[in-house]
Ligand binder design. Structure first.
Ligand SMILES: Nc1nc2c(c(=O)[nH]1)N[C@H]1C(S)=C(S)[C@@H](COP(=O)(O)O)O[C@H]1N2
Ligand SMILES: [Mo]
Length: 236
């Protein structure tokens, strides 16, 4: 809060906002001012969150009896509209700063070492579910394909057109996995079949389902909700 106030005061001193009253944010002469200010604050917030991020701090784990049943679905559409992907023809496309960009098949991912976790998924809408996901550590996958781990972003695209991106430090976190299964069985279509990102250090919308493409890049990839104003880092 102190850093935010300092930023605000600097902005006023620079004449970026003047005079500072709530009404001026709605000034019809400057319709984008509030939006621009808030998105600048959100980007500032990203920097602070990234600086505070501890790559060794684990998100809480839960006991099997704490798992939420049935699991709760969420997407930008109704559950009946969830994409159904054929596992046999599915491929994960790779692009950006990755040495080996050969697309990956499902059986190849299944053959890699799997990590299981019972963690909580928290949606910005204000609900949480506890589930058990298993899959390949993203850090392990990125090393295997020769990704440039000094890049800033890992971006994801999904079968339903959804997309999002995360910072490299969070991508390399030990609990960040490319999940293939839920409760010991392969993922089902509404919950991200055949492959989803599971990242318990970030909010639900940073957990893209039904992945079709992954990229490693220094160009800010944004995201479906992020581009509509949700805070990009959205993590701990
Ligand atoms: N492909 C895709 N992934 C997505 C979404 C989506 O609309 N499409 N919604 C996100 C949001 S907002 C949440 S809260 C979680 C919900 O995951 P769940 O359905 O497994 O609970 O998925 C995230 N991943
Ligand atoms: Mo969400």
């Amino acid at each position: 809060m102190i850093r935010r106030r300092a930023l605000l005061q600097r902005a006023i001193a620079l004449g970026l906002i003047s005079p500072l009253t709530a009404c001026d944010f709605d000034d019809p002469a400057h319709p984008d001012l509030a939006d621009k200010f808030l998105s600048a604050m959100s980007r500032w917030n990203d920097m602070v969150q990234a600086a505070l991020f501890n790559p060794h701090t684990l998100a809480p784990s839960f006991r099997p009896d704490q798992i939420t049943r049935p699991p709760r679905f969420n997407a930008f559409y109704d559950i009946s509209q969830a994409p159904v992907v054929s596992p046999a023809s599915w491929r994960l496309a790779l692009s950006g700063q990755i040495a080996d960009q050969r697309p990956w098949r499902l059986d190849e991912l299944q053959a890699l070492p799997q990590q299981s976790q019972i963690t909580q998924l928290t949606c910005v809408e204000g609900w949480r579910t506890i589930g058990q996901w298993a899959g390949v550590r993203l850090s392990e996958f990125l090393r295997r394909v020769g990704a440039d781990l000094t890049c800033r972003y890992v971006g994801f695209h999904c079968a339903d057109g959804y997309y999002t991106s995360i910072d490299m430090a969070s991508a390399l976190h030990p609990q960040t996995i490319l999940a293939l299964s839920f409760l010991g069985a392969p993922l089902t279509p509404p919950f991200g079949a055949p492959l989803r990102l599971r990242i318990p250090t970030k909010l639900g919308f940073k957990n893209p389902k039904s992945l079709v493409a992954l990229s490693v890049t220094n160009i800010y990839p944004g995201g479906y909700w992020e581009d509509q104003g949700y805070n990009w880092f959205s993590g701990s």
